[in-house]
Unconditional design. Structure first.
Length: 144
């Protein structure tokens, strides 16, 4: 990857990170509100509710990643377009397909990360959340 490829990929990622954090906090807050309804039923405490939300966060990240990639990518590349950086790359002789290459590589890497998360981390964290118990509803994800 040359310097321009890394710059495009960096802007793409820098657009994704705030969107992912914002959506993750929003959905985790909603999951926490759902879990707090079960506090006091049996041995389920506030700490358990926080831990269930924490343990189920990797699943929420995987669920939010497609939307995050779309919105964050548009945000990051939109900033580049506003500063005419994409036009400068085209004038310098970079084709549209060549500009899409770093995004394709980065997206492939994100897919691999999702597969690894779903194969190893998520099952373990959800088992831990289920061990804590979620009250009579039995929903380990903390949302509808």
């Amino acid at each position: 990857m040359n310097l321009l490829d890394r710059y495009i990929a960096r802007n793409f990622l820098l657009g994704m990170v705030p969107v992912l954090l914002l959506l993750l906090v929003l959905f985790s807050f909603m999951a926490l509100a759902e879990e707090l309804e079960d506090v006091g039923k049996g041995l389920f405490t506030q700490f358990d509710a926080f831990m269930v939300v924490l343990y189920t966060a990797p699943r929420r990240v995987v669920d939010l990643l497609p939307v995050t990639t779309l919105l964050g990518g548009l945000f990051g590349l939109g900033i580049m377009a506003n500063h005419q950086e994409l036009i400068a790359a085209r004038v310098a002789g970079m084709s549209q397909a060549r500009m899409a290459w770093p995004i394709l590589v980065l997206t492939t890497a994100l897919v691999l990360v999702v597969v690894l998360l779903q194969s190893f981390l998520i099952p373990q964290s959800e088992r831990a959340a289920n061990r804590l118990g979620t009250g009579p509803g039995g929903n380990p994800y903390g949302c509808g």
